[in-house]
Design a protein around this ligand. Structure first.
Ligand SMILES: [Ca+2]
Length: 491
């Protein structure tokens, strides 16, 4: 019998602290983990006995859930039909949300590909996992969700983008990693779109996996990330080009020159990479329409592939025993504040989708839309919990499954610490930090020692910086102090 894990938390009655002091539970959890590993080892040994003996499967001893992580790139919280986007069509992800749950206030702790992916695998803030851009994280592999699942008998695969140094193919049972271009040459000389290749590889994983083992597949799309060196930026597949043809993509209110000038001067200048990319994609009305439509076409292609992967799970009879997560690595400016891409602590950059289909959820809960503040750091502990594996003590996120399992009284965070390092130099992409709440946000720009304060309840588009307004000096002081506490605890 695979044990249920203890999720008692020392900080359960207070607002969230990134350093959740799990260390005090280290001794007890270590013993639990050793027992768990021993039980699973015995089980695997039994399963490897000659076939003349009665077969013993995971299913007969508790049927561990399979896990599929559908992980898109540069795709913000409202790039979903079900989130009210007036243009993009995502019927398959909308259906997943109807069958599961969608979180509306899901955020990343750092809004850039490599760092956010390190947080996905480790459940840790950048300050702890140590990848400040695109290098390998410092956290031991044995403390990541792929590492722990493999150690506990799962068949573990990674398909697509990696972006954390050299791809550690030998750590996985099934490993196919590539990214960077939308079209790639195949051995026979023909070209394949990266999303189609992602889909083919995911199908290979699902159709060739050993049937007796539970599995975990991370399907890390490259779309909707731009092809950086290509002037076209977004290169969808030919069959998508008729989508959105006769639609006018709404232009954001804050995309004007006036709003660009409201940014701090070290951002509101032409040397800033966010502004540079805005010129690539958005600096004329025609360009805005063309580039946004191709971006949305890439999104719809990812949606279609997600639909086919889910269909494959259903056709193999696996869907009712598979945790399916859809999320993305960072948000994206669609010209808001006169910017493109991500990095900074604004809402467009830090909020990302989160859709969960969890067979443990009661049928009557299907289609819930939840507004608790969830984070990318929560994904690894949620995945491990679903597999009945204890989260390592250094993992900082929390299992969010109790939120949709009807445990309404589950105490939950109401704020978090955001961080992003300087990339290249302080003119290109300066570092930024924040204390994020649903109703207020405190920004800190460490390279320039500048603070900003936004009343999100009354100013959801972050139009008016209140940091120098004396009427809000008490709020500024309180948030500055709390920010310092959470920043120290994130290490
Ligand atoms: Ca990204």
């Amino acid at each position: 019998m695979i044990r249920r894990r203890c999720r008692e938390r020392p900080d359960a009655t207070r607002s969230y602290d990134p350093d959740d002091r799990r260390e005090i539970l280290f001794g007890a959890r270590s013993v639990q983990k050793k027992m768990s590993t021993a039980i699973r080892s015995c089980l695997l040994a039994l399963m490897m006995l000659p076939s003349t003996l009665p077969a013993i499967s995971f299913a007969q001893v508790g049927k561990p859930m399979n896990i599929v992580v559908l992980f898109a790139d540069d795709w913000r919280h409202d790039t979903l039909g079900c989130a009210g986007n007036p243009v993009v069509k995502t019927p398959n992800l909308d259906a997943l949300a109807r069958e599961g749950v969608r979180f509306t206030h899901n955020y990343v702790t750092t809004s850039i590909c490599g760092v956010s992916r390190a947080t996905l695998f480790t459940g840790q803030w950048m300050s702890r996992h140590g990848n400040k851009a695109f290098k390998a994280f410092d956290t031991p592999w044995s403390e990541t969700y792929p590492g722990l699942l493999k150690e506990n008998g799962y068949y573990v695969g990674h398909v697509g983008k990696w972006h954390n140094g050299t791809f550690p193919a030998d750590r996985f049972d099934f490993a196919r990693s590539y990214s960077g271009t939308h079209w790639m040459k195949q051995k026979d000389g023909t070209e394949i779109h990266v999303t189609q290749r992602n889909e083919n590889d995911a199908m290979d994983f699902l159709r060739t996996r050993p049937s007796e083992k539970p599995f975990c597949l991370t399907l890390a799309f490259f779309a909707t990330h731009a092809e950086d060196g290509n002037p076209k930026q977004y290169l969808p597949q030919p069959q998508s080009m008729s989508l959105y043809e006769n639609i006018l993509v709404p232009v954001p209110k804050t995309s004007t020159e006036e709003y660009f000038k409201r940014l701090p001067p070290f951002i509101a200048n032409e040397k800033n990479e966010g502004r540079n990319r805005w010129h690539w994609r958005f600096d004329t009305p025609e360009r805005y329409q063309d580039y946004m439509k191709n971006y949305y076409r890439l999104a719809s292609e990812v949606d279609a592939t997600c639909g086919r992967v889910i269909e494959e799970l259903k056709s193999q009879g696996l869907y009712d025993n598979t945790l399916v997560l859809f999320t993305t690595d960072n948000g994206y400016f669609h010209a808001e504040h006169g910017l493109a891409d991500k990095w900074y602590p604004h809402q467009e950059s830090i909020r990302v989708p989160l859709i969960v289909h969890d067979p443990r959820m009661k049928q009557e809960k299907a289609g819930q839309v939840m507004d608790q503040m969830t984070l990318n750091a929560d994904l690894a502990p949620t995945i491990l919990s679903a597999a009945n594996i204890s989260a390592p003590v250094r993992m900082q996120g929390r299992d969010f499954a109790p939120l949709y399992q009807g445990k309404a009284s589950t105490p939950w965070r109401s704020e978090y610490f955001y961080e992003h390092a300087t990339i290249k130099n302080i003119e290109f992409i300066p570092s930024s930090e924040a204390l994020v709440r649903k109703d207020w946000k405190y920004f800190y720009w460490p390279d320039f020692k500048v603070e900003q304060l936004f009343d999100l309840k009354n100013d959801p588009l972050e139009e008016n910086d209140l940091a120098s307004n004396n009427a809000f000096s008490a709020t500024l002081l309180e948030m500055r102090n709390r920010f310092a506490e959470l920043k120290a605890a994130a290490k």
